[in-house]
Design a protein around this ligand. Sequence first.
Ligand code: AMP
Length: 283
Amino acid sequence: MEVIHQSTTIYNIIASHKKEGKTVGYVPTMGFLHEGHLALVEQARSQSDIVVMSIFVNPTQFGPNEDFETYPRDFEKDMELAKTHGVDYLFYPDVKEIYPNGIGYSVIVKERVNQLCGASRPGHFDGVATVLTKFFNIISPHYVFLGMKDAQQVAVVDGLVKSFHFPLKLIPVETVRESDGLAKSSRNIKLTEEERNQAPQLYQGLQKGLLLINNGDTDPLKVKKIILDYIKENAPLGEVDYVEVLSYPGLKEISVIDGKVILALAVKFKQARLIDNIVITIS
Ligand code: AMP
């Protein structure tokens, strides 16, 4: 595995691989790797000749009161994990390399961002879309692997790829969970012991909603309420940011649960805001 810091270097390497007819799979991350990230690498490995991972804690997707400074970082360990899991090129640029003009130019997203995390994190998806536009241009992959843990991100990037005609295919990968159901996240280490004990209840809450739907209920308000009540009762250390039931990937409000829908939530603990979701198709 080669670690690369300069965008022109990775650009030229990838170009020469593509000239040889190799397919390129790309896994964007902010590092502090766990099994969720590694599932993306595994999927990339299985369907591309060359696997590129980027590690970049992107400042423009963090709000002024968010955790950019304290976001967990451990490059040495990440490097080892990436190497042993079959990453060929680890792109690890600094902020100046990616934002040579500061933030003079950025992508603005108007669709699929007025709800869920987009509503509580204004500008977050502009930052995500901006940095991914840069990375897609630098790496020009055939495939991009994104986790469904960040389902709104998948929806927004799907819109980005179509809107800007990026010649690449987006591959969503299922959420990897701890054995107690908690979605793996780099932020889980910021939970206190007591919070960590309550955190699996978020997924349990989503399961309660799913059960209601599987039993034939089609009222999104009822499903939202059962999830909300469950979390308030079983994870009282968390403050619920939102619980939503929306169409997916359009993220539109619905009056009847039908077709592809997302049950999504965000809950704030003292040092970590956790998100989780379930996407299902009702026919
Ligand atoms: P991050 O480093 O948090 O920006 O995540 C990088 C990529 O890993 C994103 O596409 C995430 O959706 C994905 N990811 C993070 N956690 C998980 C997980 N538990 N399961 C699957 N993918 C994940």
